[in-house]
Design a protein around this ligand. Structure first.
Ligand code: GLC
Length: 575
């Protein structure tokens, strides 16, 4: 292989003006690294095949050595588990699958002793059809106070056989389900943005608002460090529930801009968030509110993190970006510019429980996956070696950006999805409601490996696992990675320690322009240069003292002034 050399002594990297200034204050949430735990799949302490809270508590030292500020726990509340716990039947308890309220309290307290906050996942858009409020609504008459807690409406046309409007469920099919009257005749319909078993609350009803304020206080009193707000953009629906001809998830289409979607981003939301912020602000330790809000464009999402609103919002535009230098540069620039207008930090995220893991996505060249769609055995399979190299590089680059960052359990091991999971094991309602047309999200939710030669790779003491694990989990197990200095786990540890030491989360950003290197993205954050090589060949590095490389060949290549293919580096600027 012939390696490139600079055409002249002039560096191809020209520093551009500062785009984002250092953070105005040092609040923890402005720079926080938050580790998402999906309780079903983290660690099973009982041998049931389902992860649990005691399992998480037992492994807190592992999370502490990673160096994160907080843990976001996906739902562990009582639930019929029709949508893996995002169908809640009691917001102020713990499902027996995961343990007891005592286990939750022990987890919160133990995490605190490690300096780690616990962020609770609140699901305010909808509950389970087994929630007491919904069963009471079913038992009550049309027009009753009980039914007013939800969106009940009469059908249209003859016999009321047509649903009240044309809204779809995001999991496929109609968004309306018809109930039966006590005499067995067909009754009203209720709206559910997700599964039939997940009725949407009517947020225009103050009784719904009071219910959730109680829930927030309940968890804050227990010592929670804040909340991740599920589907926060859908809580209010436009008065009158008008028909909508746009995409069910609000993806803009000609004639149907996101701004007109009657089920998303309604202005009344902001009063609720302001109230929630007031509630959180009374508690010590600055409990954080982070919205899962699929709102476009980023300039509009900025309203969600304006003063007095949420602290943070997930950056789905960043998560959706393909392995493409210009696309990444624009989303980074646009995110910082948008959030800077309201003085809020940007967050960065590459993986979560709803989307194919980034080690898998980046192994599929140029394929854009919709959120909620994974990869199944009948799909083209990813190049796992290239996917992992790119995933490591993308993470290092992401952690070099100013703002907060979210990590998803198992990404520190370089896990990809289980892309050959057989249909019979699938549990995601997306798969079930679309008759298998959409493969769904089970592939990224597989229990993670701890010990390479133990049953279920150490996930459970009995070898039980609610989803089968792929064979490559053996070589990716945590025990092997702890012992290997070049492992992905040790890369994450080093990067997180260095990020904190260099204060990158609170830092600034200026891009380097490099027309000779169209597949290289380089930024400067304070004195740190962060470079991402998105090409399949080595490129010339900017001048600087090497601090960290995402690839094992990083150091020897740097000695020749080069950065490897699909790799990232941090350097200390020497000018
Ligand atoms: C959120 C959750 C997802 C869930 C959906 C419905 O998007 O992240 O897992 O299916 O809400 O609650």
């Amino acid at each position: 292989m012939s390696l490139p050399t600079p055409a002249s002594n002039a560096s191809p990297y020209a520093l551009q003006p500062l785009l984002h200034a250092p953070s105005p204050d040092e609040a923890w949430w402005r720079r926080a690294v938050i580790y998402q735990i999906y309780p079903r799949s983290f660690k099973d302490s009982t041998g049931s095949g389902m992860g649990d809270l005691a399992g998480i508590t037992a492994e807190l030292p592992q999370i502490a050595t990673l160096g994160v500020d907080a843990i976001w726990l996906s739902p562990f509340f009582p639930s019929p588990q029709k949508d893996a716990g995002y169908d809640v039947s009691d917001y102020r308890g713990v499902d027996a699958l995961f343990g007891t309220m005592d286990d939750a309290q022990i987890l919160i307290n133990t995490a605190k002793s490690f300096g780690i906050r616990i962020i609770i996942d609140i699901v305010p858009n909808h509950c389970s059809n087994e929630h007491a409020l919904f069963t009471a609504a079913l038992a009550a008459a049309p027009g009753s106070a009980e039914r007013e807690m939800f969106h009940f409406a009469d059908g249209l046309g003859e016999g009321g056989n047509t649903p009240p409007n044309n809204w779809s469920s995001l999991f496929g099919g109609s968004g309306w389900t018809r109930v039966q009257n006590p005499d067995g005749t067909p009754g009203q319909y209720y709206f559910h943005l997700f599964d039939t078993t997940q009725p949407d609350f009517n947020w225009r009803n103050p009784a719904v608002q009071e219910e959730f304020e109680k829930t927030l206080r309940f968890w804050l009193d227990a010592g929670a460090g804040g909340f991740r707000i599920d589907v926060a953009h859908a809580m209010f629906k436009k008065e009158g529930l008008p028909d909508w001809g746009g995409a069910p998830d609000g993806t803009p289409r000609p004639g149907f801009p996101f701004a007109d979607a009657p089920m998303f981003a309604q202005p009344e939301l902001h009063q609720v968030f302001a109230r929630w912020r007031e509630i959180c602000d009374v508690y010590p330790g600055e409990p954080v509110l982070c919205s899962e809000a699929n709102v476009r464009p980023l300039t509009r999402l900025a309203d969600w993190v304006a003063p007095g609103q949420m602290h943070q919002s997930f950056n789905f535009d960043f998560l959706r970006t393909l392995w493409d230098r210009d696309a990444l540069a624009s989303v980074i620039g646009d995110s910082l510019s948008a959030f800077d207008t309201v003085g809020a930090p940007t967050t960065w995220v590459l993986s979560n429980h709803d989307v194919s893991r980034h080690a898998t996505r980046f192994g599929l060249d140029g394929v854009a996956l919709d959120l909620g769609d994974g990869i199944g055995p009948r799909d083209p399979q990813p190049d796992t070696v290239r996917g992992l190299a790119r995933a490591r590089a993308a993470t290092v680059f992401m952690l070099g950006l100013p703002g907060g960052a979210y990590l998803y359990q198992g990404e520190e091991l370089g896990l990809g999805d289980h892309t050959t999971l057989e249909d019979g094991f699938r549990q995601d309602p997306t798969f079930l409601r679309s008759n298998g047309e959409r493969i769904g999200r089970d592939g990224c939710r597989v229990p993670i490996p701890w010990v390479h030669d133990a049953p279920a790779y150490g996930f459970s003491p009995t070898g039980e696992s609610w989803l089968p694990q792929p064979e490559d989990f053996a070589e990716l197990s945590r025990d092997l990675q702890k012992a290997d200095p070049a492992s992905t786990l040790n890369l994450y540890r080093k990067a997180l320690a260095l990020r904190s030491e260099l204060g990158l989360g609170l830092g600034s950003l200026a891009f380097y322009e490099n027309p000779e290197l169209p597949e290289v993205l380089a930024i400067r954050n304070g004195d740190t240069i962060s470079v991402l090589n998105l090409s399949d060949a080595p490129v010339v590095l900017p001048a600087g003292e090497p601090l960290l490389f995402s690839d094992a060949d990083g150091e020897p290549l740097a000695a020749e002034g080069l950065l490897g293919a699909n790799a990232a580096a941090w350097l200390r600027a020497t000018d």
